[in-house]
Design a binder for this molecule. Structure first.
Ligand code: AMP
Ligand code: FE
Ligand code: FE
Ligand code: ZN
Length: 285
C-alpha cells in the first residue's frame, strides 16, 4: 500500500488542477492520496469526481497557524486537518478569514517588490492564483514569468524569504484554537512538517506535548524538509506522546521539486488514523 497524506492542487499553491493531482497520484502508483490545500476545501469536489476505481481519496486541508512561545517568539506552523465536516460554519468562517488575509498580504508583498523595481503586478499574481488560496508561490511564479528568477525555489531562497523586507506576515490562526476548531468539526489534526527548520523557527517539544494534550492526533514524521535526525526525533515524540506518525510528499506540482509519493505513510498508521471517529470518511474502492 502506497499512501501519501499531504498534496496541493491549484485550489491553493500547487500547479496541478485537483483532477490532474488525482491522475498524478494514480500514475505514481499510490493507493491512497490526501488532497490538503491551504485553508480551503475548494478542491475536494473536483478531486473526488476524478477518482479512479483503485484509488482512495482523503479530503483534507492544511490550516495556516501561529504560536507565540514562552519568550514571545512567533512561530508559523501548519496543521493538516483530515476528514472534517466541510459544512462546519466555525471552521469555514476561519478559513474564509485566512484566505482574505492572504489576498491583503499578497497585495502588500507585490507593492513592496514593485516599489523596488521588480516588474510584476497584483493582476498577474491574482490571475496565477485564479480562484485558489493565494500564496508566495504565486508571487514566485510571477517573478519567474517576468524573468527575475529562474524558478520558484530561487524566489523563495531570496526575494520571498521571511528574512527579506518584502515579506509580510499572514493573519494565521492560533494553533490551539485551530486544534479545537478541527476537532469540533469532526476532523483529525496532524502537525505538518513539525521540525522543518529550513522554513524558519519551529516550536519546542513542550509545545508539541501541549498540542497533543489539546487534541492533536499525529505528527508528520517522513517529510522532504526533515533530515534523518528530524525524522528520528519526530518518531520519538510520537512514541512519547501517543501520537500517530505519518509520511507525505507535500507535493506542489512544478512549484517545488518534490515528486508525489516521495515520502509515504505506513499502512498500519493509516488504518489507525482512519479508525478514529470523523465527520467524513475516505472515499475509495
Ligand atoms: P505562504 O503560505 O504564502 O507564506 O507560502 C509558503 C508556501 O510556499 C508553503 O506552502 C510552502 O510549501 C511553499 N514553499 C516553501 N518553500 C518553497 C520553495 N522553495 N519553493 C516553492 N514553494 C515553497
Ligand atoms: Fe504550499
Ligand atoms: Fe506546509
Ligand atoms: Zn503543504
Amino acid at each position: 500500500m502506497r499512501i501519501d497524506l499531504h498534496t496541493h492542487s491549484t485550489a491553493s499553491d500547487g500547479t496541478d488542477s485537483p483532477a490532474e493531482l488525482i491522475r498524478a497520484a494514480a500514475a505514481a502508483g499510490l493507493d491512497v492520496v490526501a488532497i490538503t490545500d491551504h485553508d480551503t476545501t475548494g478542491g475536494w469536489d473536483e478531486a473526488l469526481a476524478a477518482r479512479p476505481d483503485g484509488l482512495t481519496v482523503v479530503p483534507g486541508v492544511e490550516f495556516s497557524c501561529v504560536h507565540h512561545d514562552a519568550d514571545g517568539r512567533r512561530v508559523s506552523l501548519h496543521l493538516l486537518a483530515y476528514l472534517a465536516d466541510p459544512d462546519n460554519e466555525a471552521l469555514q468562517a476561519e478559513w474564509t478569514r485566512l484566505r482574505a488575509g492572504r489576498v491583503t498580504r499578497g497585495k502588500l508583498m507585490v507593492e513592496n517588490l514593485v516599489a523596488d523595481g521588480y516588474p510584476i503586478s497584483w493582476e498577474q499574481v491574482s490571475a496565477l492564483a485564479a480562484d485558489g488560496s493565494v500564496g508566495r508561490p504565486h508571487i514566485g511564479r510571477a517573478l519567474v514569468d517576468s524573468g527575475v528568477v529562474p524558478d520558484v525555489s530561487a524566489a523563495f531562497g531570496d526575494l520571498l524569504s521571511s528574512r527579506r523586507p518584502y515579506y509580510v506576515r499572514k493573519p494565521d490562526t492560533d494553533v490551539f484554537e485551530a486544534i479545537a476548531l478541527v476537532r469540533g468539526a469532526g476532523g483529525l489534526p496532524v502537525f505538518a512538517h513539525p521540525l522543518a527548520r529550513r522554513r524558519g523557527p519551529v516550536v519546542s517539544d513542550e509545545t508539541i506535548a501541549a498540542m497533543a494534550a489539546a487534541g492533536l492526533v499525529g505528527l508528520e514524521v517522513q517529510h522532504p524538509d526533515h533530515d534523518d535526525a528530524d525524522r528520528a526525533h519526530a518518531a520519538e515524540l510520537t512514541r512519547d506522546l501517543g501520537l500517530l506518525g505519518t509520511g507525505s510528499s507535500d507535493y506542489h506540482g512544478t512549484n517545488k521539486p518534490t515528486p508525489i509519493g516521495v515520502c509515504l505513510t505506513d499502512p498500519d498508521v493509516y488504518e489507525q488514523l482512519v479508525a478514529l471517529p470523523t465527520a467524513r470518511t475516505p472515499v475509495g474502492p
